[in-house]
Design a protein around this ligand. Structure first.
Ligand code: AMP
Ligand code: ZN
Length: 117
């Protein structure tokens, strides 16, 4: 499968990992948009949030639990952070393997003003 994140999971493309278990990995975004910019992804290849099935409910919950844990480890739980999931073309999705962006380490600009490009 020609999926860049599956290759990161396999280890054929390098990444700076901060977390890994049987179901999930998290690593640094290659083009950070904030001082902390990590991607949290399931090892299961799910292209977009639209493709999440009912049986993935616990996996999705675990993705958020890992995000919460990493935010704490990165020291930004109290200062604050943002979790982002882009879906399809209008949502700005570039990599079609489900991922949550964890952004923080600075005061982030408001996300819901001038949101249309
Ligand atoms: P999205 O627009 O939500 O699909 O975001 C995809 C993200 O993946 C972007 O922020 C990219 O900078 C990031 N990205 C793409 N390739 C890599 C890679 N090889 N390692 C780490 N992050 C990547
Ligand atoms: Zn994939």
């Amino acid at each position: 499968m020609d999926c860049i994140f599956c290759k990161i999971i396999e280890g054929t493309i390098p990444s700076k990992k901060v977390f890994e278990n049987d179901r999930i990995i998290a690593f640094h975004d290659i083009q950070p948009a904030a001082p902390v910019h990590l991607l949290i992804i399931p090892k299961k290849h799910i292209p977009t949030m639209n493709d999440v099935a009912d049986e993935d409910a616990s996996l999705l919950a675990e993705l958020f639990a890992v995000a919460r844990q990493i935010a704490k480890e990165q020291g930004i739980a109290e200062s604050g952070y943002r979790l982002v999931n882009n879906v399809n073309a209008d949502g700005g999705q570039i990599v079609y393997h489900l991922h949550i962006h964890l952004l923080g380490g600075t005061k982030l600009s408001p996300v819901l003003t001038n949101i249309q490009s």
